[in-house]
Design a protein around this ligand. Structure first.
Ligand code: ZN
Length: 436
């Protein structure tokens, strides 16, 4: 019989049992961090782990954000990691770091044991997405010091898949390799998945014929429309997951492909209302994900503010898993901005374009201040050169659809094909120029 769960016991525990386990491990982590991490010795002064009994009690504890980690890294502790480290320096076996796109990178030390803990959490994500022993998984990236694809690589091996690293090749070389070895699965950012499909088509190859049956996406928020587009061009099941360098991948998509399962009891996850960060939101409400990875000692992390804005789902799922559900990932809190008093999420533009404007190949959104007013401009690049009349019609449709979706009036610029930058790994299509 097909084995349904990676860990049949943990994945189907009643929710009260999950909470008991998470609370127990949370207290242990608190005690450990107070004793072994200079960052938390300071941050948790006066906190008695035994007094944490309810989810309300959790919220009395301070949050940890990226800036805390950067400061701690520069603290007086030993080596590269300063005050972040929770183990003797010699026990560290793995170095990873954040990308540093939002400031100085944070270095992440792992011991052999804590790295294996991350890999195990990722096994849940891959198994849920349908990765199995018979899969040959192609990794179209060089992973460098960045964590997600390393985790995916090791977890796929642990499951029993065969992993083909495709780092030192260009896109064409990767497509050739995938065909040569008959890969059945891959991991990719959504942007690169679409880019690869386009390159394959240029080579005269229909991506569907390569034989990829499932794709796990990482690295960027992926609206449903983009996921469906990837499924269509590759003829594959596409699964999302959410995670980060500091906490690890902490939620993944099961075969229902309707929201994400938090990987419990590996992570204690709170979804807090964005305004006050002091109340857990209910089903259907949006909030910021605060994540505590419960099994790591090398890099203790307590109530990490991921700044990922998500919509909480209804617990319980047709797949039988009992974990907390995330209905949708909306994007990064830093990217959600107020424009003329209206809250705007750049991902909504991608949703509209992918769903209704297949002729638009590339786009970017610019937010500028003109006098006292914010002005928002969408620059689009159609697949091929079109006449003036077509441009006018396209502009009209875009203004109308975007107004419906975002409640904002966009300026539209239609550019000749090949004008906008192409992104291969992660896209940066939203530019808020009011800040600069
Ligand atoms: Zn499920």
């Amino acid at each position: 019989m097909e084995r349904k769960y990676w860990n049949p016991v943990l994945e189907t525990l009643p929710r009260e049992r999950l909470w008991e386990l998470e609370l127990k491990n949370f207290r242990k982590l608190l005690s450990y961090a107070k004793d072994h991490s200079a960052l938390y010795r300071e941050k948790l002064k006066g906190v008695d782990p035994k007094e944490i009994r309810t989810r309300e009690d959790l919220r009395q504890l301070p949050l940890t954000d990226k800036e805390d980690l950067r400061r701690a890294q520069e603290g007086a502790g030993r080596g590269l990691y300063g005050d972040l480290l929770g183990v003797p320096w010699e026990d560290v076996t793995t170095f990873r770091q954040t990308s540093g796109t939002t400031g100085r990178p944070v270095y992440v030390p792992e011991t052999y044991e804590s790295w294996q803990w991350r890999v195990e959490a990722w096994c849940h994500i891959l198994w849920m997405a349908g990765f199995r022993e018979a899969d040959r998984v192609f990794m179209p990236f060089g992973y460098n010091v960045y964590v997600a694809f390393w985790e995916g690589h090791y977890a796929a091996e642990k499951i029993g898949c065969e992993v083909v690293p495709g780092g030192a090749l260009d896109t064409k070389g990767r497509i050739d390799k995938m065909r040569e070895v008959s890969a059945t699965a891959m991991m990719s950012t959504p942007t690169y998945g679409l880019h690869m499909a386009e390159e394959a088509q240029k080579m005269g190859i229909d991506p569907k014929e390569i034989g990829i049956r499932r794709i796990l996406c990482a690295g960027e928020p992926m609206p449903g429309a983009t996921r469906r587009l990837l499924e269509e061009v590759w003829g594959a099941e596409v699964h999302d997951h959410i995670g980060g360098t500091e906490p690890c991948g902490w939620a993944g998509m099961c075969q229902q492909r309707d929201g994400l399962h938090v990987i419990e009891p590996f992570f204690l996850v709170e979804i807090l209302d964005r305004e006050t960060m002091s109340r857990e939101v209910g089903e259907g409400e949006e909030g910021v994900a605060v994540v505590t990875p419960l099994g790591r000692r090398s890099f203790p992390l307590i109530r990490f503010n991921t700044k990922d804005v998500v919509v909480r789902g209804k617990d319980g799922c047709a797949c039988g898993r009992t974990s907390m559900m995330i209905r949708q990932v909306l994007g990064r809190a830093d990217d959600l901005v107020k424009v003329r008093g209206v809250l705007f999420n750049p991902v909504s533009v991608e949703e509209v374009l992918r769903e209704e404007f297949p002729e638009v190949r590339e786009y970017e959104v610019l937010l500028e201040r003109k006098g006292a007013m914010d002005e928002i401009t969408l620059r689009v690049e159609p697949e091929q050169e079109m006449g003036k009349e077509y441009h006018l019609a396209l502009r009209g449709r875009l203004i109308e659809r975007l107004k419906m979706k975002t409640n904002l009036r966009f300026e539209i610029e239609v550019l000749p094909p090949g004008t906008l930058p192409r992104y291969t790994l992660k896209a940066k299509r939203f530019k808020d120029l009011r800040r600069s």
